[in-house]
Design a binder for this molecule. Sequence first.
Ligand code: G1P
Length: 894
Amino acid sequence: MGEIRFLDDKGTFELNNAENYSYLYFPLASARGLKSSITPNLGGDSKIDQESFLLEPVSSENLHNNRSTRNFWCLVEGEKPWSAVGASAEAEDAKFTDEQDANTVTGGLMWHKVSRENAARSLRSEITSFVPVDANTEVMIVRVTNTADREVKMSAVAAIPVYGRSADNIRDHRNVTSMLHRIRTTEEGVIVKPTMSFDERGHRVNHTSYFVFGAEGNGNKPEGFYPTVSAYLGEGGSFTHPAAVFCKKAASWMVASGETFEGEEAVGAIRFREEILKPGQTRSFVVAMGIAQEDENPESIFSAYRTEKEAEQALAETREYWKKAVNVDFHTGDIAYDNFLKWVSFQPFLRSLFGCSFLPHHDYGRGGRGWRDLWQDCLSLLIMDPGDVRGNIINNTAGIRVDGSNATIIGSRPGEFVADRNGIARVWMDHGVWPLKTILLYINQTGDLDILLEKVPYFKDGQAKRGTYHDASWSEDQGTLQRTETGEIYKGTILEHLLLEHLTSFYEVGEHGMLRLRGADWNDAIDMADARGESVAFSCAYTGNLRDLAGILRRLHEEKGIDVVSVLSEMETLLQGEGAEKTETESLYQDRVIHTVSGKTMEYGVEALAGDLERMADELQEKIRSQEWITEDEKAGWFNSYYDNSGNMVERAGEDVRMMLTGQVFSVMSGIADKEQTAKICEAADRHLYRREIGGYRLNTNFNELKFDMGRMFGFAYGEKENGAVFSHMTIMYAYALYSRGFVREGYKALQSLADQAMNFDVSRIYPGVPEYFDAKGRGKYHYLTGAASWFLLTMVTLVYGVRGNLGKLEICPKLVKEQFDEKGIAKIHLTFGGKEITVSFSNPSGKDAGEYRVKAAACNGKSLEVQEDRLVMAEDVFASLAESGNEIEIELG
Ligand code: G1P
């Protein structure tokens, strides 16, 4: 039985025999761009982007072989060589027998350690890997200890196979691209600099170098190198049995520094001299592998980690950096859960570094993040690093087009969007929902209503009329900013951008009056119903948003005294509903803004505008309530989530039940499901979707049909990914919706089943954190890179602990259930709000449950504060008087 043991309250954990579990991988990355994955045998890969892979790219299925593993061989005189990472033919033979090395993985935020012990040889190794925050280098600190009571003579060979090119070349010209390699040895290692990036669409001169360097812990240089695969493996050798390690005469063909080689596959194989190891003595080494770009000098990069002491210093700084960055701490009654939450809070950082690509399961995409991911990840930044979120929001908003759709290709720099060159492309109809959700949270956390009036440009490319038309008058030389008829760049307020996203969606309806599904919604895999598909789920989400927009407009009026706002004059068509039919209104507007906009604006009364938005929301809500509700019996029912490409309702009650979670999440979140309906939805979800043993609520029931008038999801086996897996992101949004509607027990159940599953290593088989989904057997898949993490954090902080902003004012209104307090009845959270560090502790001495208690008394730094009905709202002057750190807020519940 495997068990994750936590060693502190900062997420550090330990797992014995980690190599006996398949598909385990761990992320390491720098803020500069290097992204590595590492397995218990130090397999995995490392890269900056799709074009620049230092180690050969791996998918999850490549994790079972040790081809591209980082290796470290210990050569003890009179003994067979030993792989200190367990990547050898011998280690493979020993698997599942008593001869297997004892091995343990220890993991912390951005560092990974594997310890192994070989009883027969009396050797113990400890290899710590990390990527410093500001370097494109992965560092390994290796320590080998002689555990015998006799002296031994030991030399060593570190071996890192260098792939050094684009992931595309794994299949496209793998051999030809090795001919481009120029390899040279230096005093400390091997540098590979291909002559060019091979791409038949246009070859480019290459300026990137890939390197592997090594030194002894005291800084002594290595003895020699085997810089090519042929020299390292020898004729007939393999990576788990290389000639340079196993052949007695291997020392004779190692090369010195200053040698060059051409046109071969490369390895950073570094030989260290033989030395005596006394009983109990430890020898240490440092190995660094990385990527140097343009004018960077690989050797000077290594100079920062040349000795064990320097490498240890860099490791300490790296650990400190990430510990500070992940600045939320939870204290519930369960230390394992608190540590699990640490990893969840760390995951949004991982997603901003890795995007949705570049870990072994995430073997698709070419880097970067999608539109909804960009906005969702912002949610957690608002909680952990409010630094430049405003700037991010402004930059991201400029990705919206005047037709209400948005750029889908997002560049690597903030606010960089890339034109779609293919003309007509896919439109994901949910995209308009996410910016408002993030901006609302931002406004509430900070009180910065002014951001709504900030003016930003619109994105422009050849796509017009929401992806259905190609604007032939546009060409790339006109740039990617929307212009007016007279050629000026048009800027509108953020409020205007948000209005456009919602109004254009509102009018784009299908035959049942629900918003058209188009290319897909949140569920990327419902992608085969472009013609007639409709998303009731996101009709609900837009309805809720229309109401929120109205609400925020009213706040703008109340707080800032703003009576009128100006919007692009063409929008009058949408605001007046000019067409006879909704779709006609849509076309009238879209025809007006195909290529340019007038640049003229008209003023709109804030009250009237808010009223119009509410009327639109009422209309849609009424239709959904009357048309989409499915009754199972007097206790259970739910909302239909979709119409398929044949124009049919997708869900049904009765014998062959079809139910999907998505429609329930957004009908509850938006308030379309009333209280009674919400209770019935919970009952139905428990009946048809809930499986405790695999993590809780599945995304849908089994349709037992290859329903290709809906999407590719029905091609997936039931229980995988979007077809009926316990999909974390949707489960958490379900929990969020339930908590926000006061269904605390139900929300807790959704959230806790998921967390329990993740933490049940024997079934989930993942390191701590929340994976994208749990499959039909309950195994965690697509670990780390998931929007679920941001939403988990958001739910915990703002709803469960209830620590949040209300137009910038600190408000505390907990919904903790009795299990979430420790044995003394205390629960705590430490976080930064409004630039100040605070610890909030809740005391619940009589062990009451959510709903039974309310905030009875509150004090801050010892001074008591006045509480409102069920919450504390801290007065602005009190908050302003707080120091930057060390603030203690005590909340008494009763
Ligand atoms: C992934 C995608 C996300 C998409 C979801 C459902 O989910 O990244 O954009 O909405 O699948 O298709 P994630 O787990 O990353 O949130």
